[in-house]
Design a protein around this ligand. Sequence first.
Ligand code: GUN
Length: 280
Amino acid sequence: MQIIDGKAVSAAVRDRIKTEVENLKNMGKETGLAVIIVGNDPASKVYVSNKKKGCEQVGMNSYEYALPEETTTEELLELIEKLNGDTKIDGILCQLPLPRHIDEKTVINSIAPQKDVDAFHPVNTGHIMIGDHSFLPCTPAGIIEMLKYYNIQISGKECVVIGRSNIVGKPMAMLLLQNSGTVTVCHSKTENLSDVTRRADILVAAVGKANFVTADMIKDGAVVIDVGMNRNAEGKLCGDVDFENVKDKCSYITPVPGGVGPMTITMLLNNTLTASKNNM
Ligand code: GUN
């Protein structure tokens, strides 16, 4: 069994991004990311702070817009409209979830597709479906990048994704399909879940429940990718996979923390670099 080191893959990709950002700067093009956060969600604050640190690390400018909880949809749309027209800003990221009174769909749809570095806008999700994307959804793209780094073959393999969210499950299935995997998507209504997951050569868990994936759900020698970010009873960060019991059945497994997490931000930086190049 080999542990997939998301930090190591991340460092390699960030080195390449840093060089490219520097080259752009030498040609007179700086790269800027606007990061919007609304309200006081502690987890969101940590994510946003890590995204800003990531920018710094690769030589990008980050501009934070921390708005109060009571911000209206209209106020947020006004800010996004301003950023859409601001040439210093190559990418716009609005941290989700937004407070409940804000219309999330309208907000996502208002970000100019060429600045939508999360790839959440319907225009970009459509491009992903067809396979002619310029931005890839960060978490799924990070997972594909890790698999490639470890020379793990996707083509022809049974790939099972647990979870069907717009951010992870659905685009993950699409990217595995584009890499010629045979893809099954499971969700809360799936019958006989462990019969399906036991077929998986590559299993991606994006459920949001600690220890959801147990050893009896794993085929011997499977590659297990854990997207979960949960807190257990002791408040410790843990994934969706019962790591201790599952690891010995796997050929490869991602830990939490230190697996998928670092890659997600790295792919955001990669999308911002793409946006910057397109914006020259
Ligand atoms: N909330 C959870 N994941 C993400 C993400 O990838 N991007 C944004 N903007 N918000 C999130």
